[in-house]
Design a protein around this ligand. Structure first.
Ligand SMILES: Nc1ncnc2c1ncn2[C@@H]1O[C@H](COP(=O)(O)OP(=O)(O)OP(=O)(O)O)[C@@H](O)[C@H]1O
Length: 194
């Protein structure tokens, strides 16, 4: 059974339809790499699939109860006044996720200890991205919708990202992500060009 189905979806931006009658299925264990030129509508599509933007028509279905997606936008969704740990504590608080998951998640994304308690405005782009990626590990959600998750990551960061995604797919999760860059090895993705 697919984790995500979109049928005859219209993606709007203002009063303009960027996509019409768009169909998509995402199966457990599948990584889908959404590609396309700047401005073609990748972010708008992802936001529509995540329920952050009204569709102009058609429907989006999450087929399983635990398929409520993890969303990672390219702005990271961090409060820059707060530290990495405080941001994750806030996220755990509003999502009923265990605070005990925060340390291990930051270990997995290899955010240095000295960076964890600094306000996020003091972090580099890659450190902020790693903090945002750590959210994916705080609560099990089968579907990950990731907009430009590779931006700002160095070579080690790309390798950690590949580890996280690879494990998630093996556990039966699915990932839909945009990227202008090739995906890090050994991730094998189905490609969809808009
Ligand atoms: N606030 C806005 N109001 C109306 N149209 C917008 C707005 N923001 C963006 N757009 C238009 O929506 C279209 C799709 O933008 P979107 O960000 O989804 O593209 P994208 O494929 O993700 O681009 P990129 O590769 O540059 O990230 C663009 O052509 C853009 O001009």
């Amino acid at each position: 059974m697919p984790l995500l189905t979109a049928e005859k979806l219209s993606v709007l931006r203002g009063d303009r339809a960027l996509l019409r009658d768009f169909d998509l299925q995402l199966q457990p264990g599948e990584l889908l790499h959404l590609r396309g030129a700047n401005g073609v509508g990748k972010t708008s599509l992802l936001e529509t699939l995540a329920g952050l933007r009204h569709a102009g028509g058609g429907q989006v279905r999450y087929e399983r109860e635990d398929a409520r997606p993890h969303w990672l936008g390219h702005r990271n969704g961090l409060n820059l006044q707060l530290s990495a740990i405080e941001n994750l504590q806030f996220w755990c608080g509003i999502n009923a996720a265990p605070m005990s998951a925060i340390g291990p998640a930051l270990d997995r994304v290899e955010l240095p200890a000295r960076a964890r308690r600094r306000s996020c405005r003091m972090l580099s782009a890659g450190q902020k991205r790693r903090t945002a990626l750590a959210r994916l590990l705080l609560q099990r959600r089968a579907l990950w919708l990731l907009d430009e998750p590779l931006d700002g990551l160095d070579v080690a960061g790309l390798a950690r990202f590949a580890d996280l995604v690879g494990e998630h797919l093996q556990d039966g999760g699915a990932v839909l992500m945009t990227s202008h860059q090739p995906l890090p090895a050994p991730l094998a993705a189905r490609e969809l060009a808009l």
